[in-house]
Design a protein around this ligand. Structure first.
Ligand code: ATP
Ligand code: MG
Length: 742
């Protein structure tokens, strides 16, 4: 049956209704229990209620949602809220419903029946819903746009609010291609006011948002970005004995308060979370490598205070709305001040005193610079990404380096980055530099004595660890995730009706990373080569403390080797007699060889061994591990190693160091070692017997071998219909095992 149409939309005067401050305050009090408006809330609300477009810049936790929630209560009709994440929508709708405010969201995660009910309500001519949350993908579909136009024609659309509006700008730190599709809203729904909300204050982003959305003479509101309740602090990893312990102590001494620790890599999240749990701190890891169910349960546990600490990658991002987060730590330096501001801003949303602690490491700086320099490989397919974007990313990052390495007020630095000129008194001693200026400058002085301090423009140290998988674009490092919509899990963004778009962009993005793989490998190889040439040759006598290999690091390596050995067992279908002892043995090999030259070389050797384990055959492993009897000696040899001084290291029962050193890097290193003061002690570790062991492949050999294997698999798959059928069947039966684009 055809639904009765309401008269054409109410006169535009209804859009220009004026509301007094007192009336709006009453709504705020009645529905939300707040006594007064904050920041620019009142101005934003009055602007949109008077029918004007509005661009509203307010800090994280500043109360931007209220700018569209109050108008929804003040006026008839529906406020359409466009939001980037389903989790964010679900959260807000649940809170509003609890308060008795009619709100709903439409997403692919709902069952058909729920969605149908919402559509029926919208079509009814008198919808009960006041706030309707949708994703940008849904807005871009013809079906939904037709529905919106109908609402508009009936005068039932009172406001379009675009939350996290910076996602529309490629200059922002959270660009989402789907936000681009919102640019047609203005022309399709001409008289509805648009409210763009963001906490990203870079002037270029502001301009871009206003232009992209075609906002008409918008009211532009900018609140101060000062988060006065957050104490900012930087700790220097290179000056700490053990960063994990430092974090554990920080959390314990703060009374096990609600905290978030951001890490760059998934493996760090797991390791650090384990460490904290072992130290009696209730914590869990959260990253994209976990299954959806696991992630939801971690999030639920954290939101309900079952666990207090989440150790997460940036996957734990927008929309996390727990009010009482007291500490936000960054275990690795973020890529930009915008990202840092957003992430640290998740602390103290209840306005109570909170802390931001950034752990700054010189290796982290080099690593991030390397990633940013090579970011165009990952993003080459994006039309809007170019070389200059990579330069911009490096420039943005340099602000974080200045923040960390500067002795001035941290708060001032943050605010200045966002174009806010502030007086010296703004901080009120609520950052480490203002509160303990002498201590901060002493630490900076010590930092400058760390040898790698001045190596700013040099090559990045070798950091190709097991968790940095170049063939998948650094799959375990979630640095790119927030920028790469295709990388979100099904539950994060709406698949809506334009799934094909998402699929094609996924495919093209995968293609691009493959086609640029050679380039990336070259860059990696080049960086390694230069590193070995410059750093190793420059080495003078002695090993500075900071290069020493700690027990924690050794334990971490053993764990990684153990994992790799377990994976190798699964891959080869063969069992090793004692995997733990094998891992200990392999770690010992790395340690004995590189203890004298420091952790970078040690890490590099561990990484090479991990790569080797992922591609070698069973015979090669057993050869390298000598015999099972030698293995038995490994554990006891390790005990000895931890207790003896470096100069008295005994030779191992196994022929460590006798393998043919085919890795180019290792050869280079060995050659250089001849001139090193430590070479003698390394030579002391001469083998008892000579056995030719299989080579450890260099990173590029490893990657190209993997590439060839993939190509071969592909050809086989293409050549055999039957096999392809089987593969598809397997994929259907094991949906969870489908490769993710991450
Ligand atoms: N006027 C107010 N008085 C007191 N509390 C308020 C007021 N306005 C909003 N809040 C509270 O502040 C908290 C943060 O609000 P909101 O989630 O809207 O912030 P936001 O600006 O959207 O932050 P983000 O950028 O992180 O999304 C909420 O708990 C909200 O209830
Ligand atoms: Mg918000």
């Amino acid at each position: 049956m055809k639904k009765a149409l309401l008269p054409p939309r109410a006169a535009s005067s209804s859009h220009k209704q004026m509301f007094k401050k007192e009336e709006l305050e009453k709504l705020l009090e009645q529905h939300f229990g707040h006594s007064g408006f904050r920041g620019k809330q009142l101005e934003a609300i009055q602007a949109v209620l008077s029918g004007r477009d509005c661009f509203c810049l307010m800090p994280t936790g500043g109360g931007k949602s209220m700018c569209y929630q109050i108008p929804a209560l003040a006026k008839s009709g529906i406020v359409l809220v466009i939001s980037p994440l389903i989790a964010l929508m679900e959260n807000q709708v649940a809170v509003l419903k609890k308060k008795g405010i009619p709100a709903d969201f439409i997403s692919s995660t709902q069952d058909a029946c729920t969605r149908e009910k919402i559509h029926e309500d919208l079509d009814s001519g008198k919808p009960s819903v006041k706030l309707l949350y949708v994703t940008p993908e849904l807005v871009a579909t013809v079906r939904f746009m037709t529905k919106l136009k109908k609402l508009y024609d009936r005068g039932l659309l009172s406001l379009i609010a675009i939350d996290e509006a910076h996602c529309i700008s490629t200059w922002g730190h959270d660009f989402r291609p789907s936000y681009r599709k919102l640019s047609s809203l203005r022309s399709q729904l001409q008289n509805v006011p648009i409210l763009a909300l963001t906490a990203t204050a870079v002037p270029k982003v502001e301009k871009d948002v206003i232009q992209s959305l075609s906002l008409q003479q918008p009211t532009i509101l900018r609140a101060s970005f000062n988060r006065a309740n957050i104490f900012y602090e930087v700790r220097y990893k290179d000056l700490l004995d053990n960063v994990y312990n430092d974090i554990a102590n920080l959390l314990k001494s703060s009374g096990n308060v609600c905290s978030i620790i951001y890490c760059l890599e998934r493996s760090t999240c797991n390791d650090l979370s384990d460490h904290l749990s072992n130290n009696g701190i209730s914590s869990a890891a959260y990253h994209a490598g976990l299954k959806n169910k696991m992630r939801s349960s971690v999030l639920d546990d954290w939101l309900s205070s079952k666990i207090q600490v989440v150790v997460a990658t940036v996957a734990f991002g927008m929309g996390i709305d727990r009010q009482d987060v007291r500490i936000v730590c960054h275990y690795n330096i973020p890529k930009s001040m915008e990202a840092f501001y957003q992430e640290s801003g998740r602390a103290g949303r209840d306005q109570l005193p909170s802390r931001s602690v950034l752990y700054y490491g010189l290796d982290d700086r080099s690593k991030m610079e390397f990633i940013l320099r090579n970011a165009d490989v990952k993003k080459s397919q994006s039309s809007s990404f170019s070389d200059s974007t990579s330069k911009k990313a490096l420039a943005d990052f340099s602000q974080m380096v200045e923040y960390s390495e500067g002795s001035g007020c941290r708060r001032k630095k943050i605010l200045q980055t966002f174009g806010e000129q502030v007086s010296a008194s703004v901080c009120q001693k609520s950052c480490d530099a203002c509160k303990h200026p002498n201590l901060v400058s002493t630490r900076l002085g010590e930092l400058k004595c760390v040898p790698k301090f001045n190596k700013k423009d040099g090559p990045a140290p070798v950091f190709i660890t097991s968790s940095f998988n170049a063939t998948s674009g650094g799959g375990n490092c979630e640095f790119w995730n927030r920028d790469d919509e295709a990388s979100f899990s099904d539950g994060d963004i709406s698949s809506s009706d334009d799934g094909e778009d998402a699929l094609s962009s996924l495919a093209s993005s995968t293609m691009s990373s493959k086609s640029r793989l050679g380039e990336k490998l070259k860059a990696l190889e080049h960086a390694e080569e230069r590193y070995f040439q410059t750093t190793v040759q420059k080495k003078s006598s002695g090993l500075p403390d900071k290069k020493a290999i700690s027990e924690t690091m050794r334990d971490g390596s053993k764990k990684r080797l153990l994992n790799a050995l377990n994976q190798a067992q699964v891959r080869l279908g063969n069992q090793l007699s004692d995997v733990e002892a094998s891992a200990t043995f392999l770690e010992n090999e790395c340690f004995k060889k590189y203890e004298k030259v420091g952790k970078t070389f040690y890490n590099s050797q561990v990484a090479a061994t991990l790569r080797w384990l992922s591609s070698c055959c069973y015979q090669q492993i057993t050869d390298r591990l000598c015999t099972s009897s030698s293995m038995a000696n490994a554990a006891s040899s390790e005990e000895r190693l931890t207790n003896v001084t470096s100069s008295s290291l005994p030779g191992s029962a196994c022929p460590v160091g006798t393998q043919s050193e085919t890795s180019r890097k290792e050869e280079a290193h060995e050659n250089v070692q001849v001139d090193q003061p430590c070479s003698n002690s390394l030579q002391m570790e001469s083998p008892r017997e000579k056995i030719d062991l299989p080579p450890i492949p260099s990173f590029s050999d490893f990657a190209s071998k993997k590439g060839k294997e993939r190509q071969r698999d592909h050809q086989i798959a293409r050549g055999s219909q039957r096999k392809a059928g089987e593969f598809e069947k397997h994929e259907r039966e094991n949906p969870d095992k489908k490769p993710r684009h991450r």
